[in-house]
Design a protein around this ligand. Structure first.
Ligand code: SF4
Length: 121
């Protein structure tokens, strides 16, 4: 890898980052174009282990709506998003449920839980 460019998505500023391998840097990469230190963390993380928060829905029984919005409580590896979506397709929970309740604990051994994004009676 010589240079890689990416947009930092940590905040709405959307800085244009340039990532370059550099053996003199502690983590092996030099990041430029960032306006704050979070851009450095994001750029390196995006290179070595990209993660994303997942939002989706699951089926819910005995509620006014058929599906409950859910999300991960921590980002999970980007490579596991599709597998996680497939898993959620097969899940059906029972109403009532409160916002923040755990729907799937430690989903796919990622350390993240799938939690309810809203309450449903
Ligand atoms: S580098 Fe800092 S200021 Fe720029 S988008 Fe990322 S978080 Fe925001």
């Amino acid at each position: 890898m010589n240079k890689k460019e990416m947009i930092c998505i940590v905040c709405p500023m959307g800085c244009r980052l340039t990532l370059q391998e550099d053996v003199n840097e502690e983590k092996g990469y030099k990041v430029s174009g960032n306006q704050c230190h979070r851009g450095i963390e994001y750029g390196i993380m995006e290179q070595v282990n990209p993660t994303r928060a997942l939002t989706s829905t699951v089926k819910i029984k005995d509620s006014s709506l058929n599906r409950l919005p859910v999300r991960t409580d921590h980002p999970i590896p980007k490579a596991m998003l599709f597998e996680c979506m497939k898993l959620l397709n097969h899940i059906e929970i029972q109403a009532p449920i409160k916002m923040g309740d755990i729907v799937v604990e430690n989903v796919l051994n990622t350390g993240a839980n799938i939690i309810a994004s809203r309450s449903m009676a």
